[in-house]
Design a protein around this ligand. Structure first.
Ligand SMILES: NC(=O)c1ccc[n+]([C@@H]2O[C@H](COP(=O)([O-])OP(=O)(O)OC[C@H]3O[C@@H](n4cnc5c(N)ncnc54)[C@H](O)[C@@H]3O)[C@@H](O)[C@H]2O)c1
Length: 272
């Protein structure tokens, strides 16, 4: 893998994480190409940026958008629980289209924004690592588990390397008590993205996208080779959160499952 990518594709570039990374990864590639199903505005600061609208469920469009890219930062897709058709189109069809066209177009490295909801039913009784069994808490979580499996298959068969990043709660600041454990700062995200695209050999690791929180329950020892060490700590916001809200009961899902409230979502609600 070259130190600097030739062309990095950022999917979901209109979204929260995509638009942040778009602004903070300028040096990572000679050209950044941004895409989303929503209309994207031209960057005011990055004249060399390429903009291409595309719905991930449209194979021909994805084939075009991945052409000439040697890295993909994949944020595009349905980012929370929804009806099955929406999850399927964006996160199942969309993922297949992304990997298959990456293969055809010779792209060798992908950052896949997976989610802790792929393992949401694990009880919060011990620290978990990259060997935790898949235990999705929603259709959304199951779609992320599918994405991780697909990434692994394209690695074993075709050598496409993927960082499967189980993002917890990536927000500008932690918003509640649960996020004292799950917060992933924007700064730590950007540093992780840089490490993923700069490390000479990546493989296909599972990585927990969380900051260095006092209450964190995820163990990232398996990816020490990345040289990435998150520096932010949600505990710095503990007093602010305490002033703003009551701490939920210790019996609440927030404190008993990795997926928090997602474990109790009624997955049929969206399809009735
Ligand atoms: N923000 C978090 O805390 C968090 C936690 C876990 C996982 N993730 C994952 O990270 C990624 C980015 O999250 P976000 O918070 O920026 O979400 P977001 O909803 O703000 O952004 C997602 C973007 O994807 C686009 N998109 C949706 N379906 C598409 C399709 N079919 N074709 C093309 N574009 C499509 C949307 O228009 C949107 O701009 C998502 O995949 C999400 O599942 C985020």
């Amino acid at each position: 893998m070259p130190k600097k990518l030739n062309r990095l594709l950022i999917t979901g570039a209109s979204g929260a994480l995509g638009s942040h990374c778009r602004k903070h990864l300028k040096g990572i590639a000679h050209i950044i190409r941004v895409t989303d199903k929503l209309k994207l505005r031209a960057s005011e600061t990055n004249q060399s940026e390429e903009i291409m609208s595309c719905d991930l469920s449209n194979y021909e469009a994805v084939l075009e958008v991945t052409k000439g890219c040697d890295g993909i930062l994949h944020f595009g897709g349905q980012a929370t629980e929804a009806d099955w058709n929406t999850v399927r189109d964006s996160n199942i069809e969309g993922l297949y289209n992304l990997y298959e066209t990456a293969r055809i177009n010779g792209c060798k490295r992908i950052f896949f924004a997976s989610s802790i909801h792929a393992i949401g039913f694990h009880p919060l009784t011990k620290t978990i690592d990259d060997e935790a069994a898949i235990r999705p808490d929603t259709l959304y979580g199951a779609s992320k588990a599918f994405g991780e499996a697909l990434a692994r298959m394209y690695f074993e068969k075709f050598g496409i390397e993927t960082a499967c990043v189980r993002i917890a709660s990536c927000q500008p600041t932690p918003q509640n008590y649960r996020m004292l454990a799950t917060w992933f700062s924007y700064n730590d995200l950007v540093e992780l993205v840089k490490s993923v695209f700069q490390v000479p050999i990546l493989g296909c690791p599972i990585i927990y996208g969380v900051s260095n929180n006092d209450r964190k329950w995820a163990n990232n020892d398996a990816v020490k080779f990345l040289g990435w060490s998150p520096s932010d700590n949600a505990n710095d916001y503990r007093e602010k959160i305490a002033q703003e809200m009551e701490e939920p009961a210790s019996t609440s899902d927030d404190f008993n499952f990795i997926g928090g409230p997602f474990v109790s979502f009624d997955i049929m609600k969206n399809t009735e």
